[in-house]
Design a protein around this ligand. Structure first.
Ligand code: GRF
Length: 193
């Protein structure tokens, strides 16, 4: 068993590829049914297709039109859980109420610190000694949903934005798998089922 997952991305897609890998090597019981991007230049989708996983690009400026197409796709693919991984759009309250506690997001900071864009840069500017990453349920705010789990990264004097982001990303990859595994168990979608 496991979830029928959809992963939503806007960019590079390293977390997405890492989730696919964990499903393929059976670390997770879930199946990635589709990867959806809102970016027409998502070259990473070619890699996904080579793995035999469906992809879809939804380009709609108006959020209600975007969400209508998204809902339709999620329904067609019988999706029961959605992972946002570098997905750069805010979903509306109307859409989210049908997906309460069924959509999670990863953010490169220890929330509630440094919500929104440029979280790594903001952490460096504040000279924090520790930062990290958070996975939270998605609600109508920006990075405000209930926190599920976090991982910590120590900030070194020698860190610049690039180096720190790289260290955080490594932890993101570990955290995302850990959280999906936890939720598979929580929702009784785990291996023991
Ligand atoms: C990650 O840092 C994630 O925390 C943030 O966007 C970035 C996405 O990276 N939300 P990738 O596309 O998964 O490589």
């Amino acid at each position: 068993m496991g979830f029928n997952l959809a992963i939503l991305i806007s960019g590079r897609g390293s977390n997405m590829l890492n989730i696919i890998e964990a499903c393929n090597n059976k670390t997770l019981s879930s199946k990635v049914k589709i990867v959806i991007s809102n970016n027409k230049n998502s070259s990473v989708l070619t890699k996904v297709e080579k793995k035999g996983i469906k992809t879809k690009i939804i380009l709609e400026n108006q959020i209600n039109k975007f969400e209508k197409k998204l809902s339709q796709t999620l329904h067609e693919e019988k999706i029961n859980f959605v992972c946002l991984a570098g997905f750069m759009r805010i979903l509306s309250k109307g859409f989210l109420c049908n997906w309460e506690k069924k959509i999670i997001n990863i953010h490169p900071s220890i929330l509630p610190a440094f919500k929104g864009l440029n979280a790594v840069k903001k952490a460096l500017e504040k000279k924090v000694k520790y930062t990290g990453c958070t996975i939270h349920y998605v609600d109508k705010g920006v990075d405000t949903g209930e926190i599920i789990d976090q991982r910590i990264v120590k900030v070194l004097k020698t860190d610049n934005e690039e180096r720190l982001a790289k260290k955080i990303l490594k932890e993101e990859h570990i955290l995302y798998i850990k959280v999906i595994e936890l939720l598979e168990k929580k929702y009784n979608y785990g291996k023991d089922r």
